[in-house]
Design a protein around this ligand. Sequence first.
Ligand SMILES: Cc1ncc(COP(=O)(O)O)c(C=O)c1O
Length: 467
Amino acid sequence: MVLQEPFEGSGRSAGRRDPLDIPFRIPVEQSRLLHERARRTAPRGVQGAGRYYAPFPVYIRKAHGARLWDVDGNEYVDYHASYGPAVLGYNEPRVRQAVVEAMQDEGVLFSQPHEREVALCETFAELIPYVEKTALHGAGGSDPLYNAARVARAYTGRRLILKFEGGYHGWHDELAVSVRPPLAKVGPADEPTPVPESDGALPELAASIVVAPFNDEAAVERLVAKHRGEIAAIFVEPVVHSCGCLLLKPGFLRFLRQLCDAYGMLLVFDEIITGFRHGLEGAGARQGVHPDLAAFGKAMANGFIIAALAGPQRYMSLVGPEGRVLFSGTYAGHLLSVAAAQKTIEILRTEPVHEKIFRLGNMMADGINAAIRRTGVKAVCYSYGSVWSLYFNAAKVESYRDVLHAQAGVDPRVEIAYRTHLLNNGIYLVPRQPNRGFISYAHTEEDVQRVIDATAAFLDEHASALR
Ligand SMILES: Cc1ncc(COP(=O)(O)O)c(C=O)c1O
């Protein structure tokens, strides 16, 4: 059986084994059966985009530390990290204990003010240099970003938001624009066409987004000047993990800061992946640039559901009930998520987590790039801290178009073959393009070396398909 995504024009000829059709060499029968069952009661048998891959996904049974086990009993070294939260490793025992104790002593949910949320907001103000106030959302990262857009519009009285092509800021209609637009729809490189990400999204919301290319100062400035007085905010991830690991050029964040100051726009950092993973102060402040607002989530509670909108009083005073930007939610400040965040942040502050995961991240990228050089394939691996991304068919990746062009020029089966090869070698990576991996505090050098060796073997075997 082959892990295969549908595509056209593969040119496979009958009778000859296609080297890119890599069969599973691990048992997957239970996953297959579960998928058949799941398809009857859930869209494509999964709970959300990114969880399905053809012909069926591996169904996970449990996750601890740096390991995942699937329903067939296969064990994997994990680099998925639930799309980022597991910065300390899955089900970290001390975080779990803190949550259990909070539940036993205090309960589950009040939907009323409590001391833990006060302490957590104080911690944010202590750790993040530009933060005075924090609104704790009881949900994923999409919610504080949605509220950031409201605050920016309310503060400036303007209508438009500028975001970058290929940037993901959650699933709400108004920001889910030009996240992964297909080549046929993207329009000019220096003035990309806003493309709604979802059927059913209101087209007028896409028209309230100005889309700009990453790393192109001249294009961004032209777009801002063209819409002078209309743009409320620029949204950006300080390290662009929506595109794998796309690095902003030195000075680009500072350029955005200056542009926002000059044109009266707010700068909003999406720190949903980068926050707490790349440093306690966030990846933006780590690079010396302070936004007006920032959204945090994922790694702040190592897997518990919580997110935050944070910033100076000047903007946060607009958030309800202090201001008139509606901020509500039954689960806001959820006791158990706040307890998890407190313990996670305590560990991040007191142990050499960032030192270790940055070191392992560098080891990963260096090892993979050495294998790329040795085999002479066209590929490149970028990393920032604990997150790395391997791009096939690319020499450099500086914009979403670079990602698109790289993908357009490579047989789509290469990605699938790589993923299957890793699964066969007991390694679990985010099952979608571009390949993106997360290292946690629970990983070891041996775990990292395993990925480097497996990748080197794959590149060796498929060097001709990848050149
Ligand atoms: C950069 C970024 N922003 C926002 C979000 C949305 O967060 P959530 O899925 O928790 O709603 C994500 C999710 O992957 C993300 O990667």
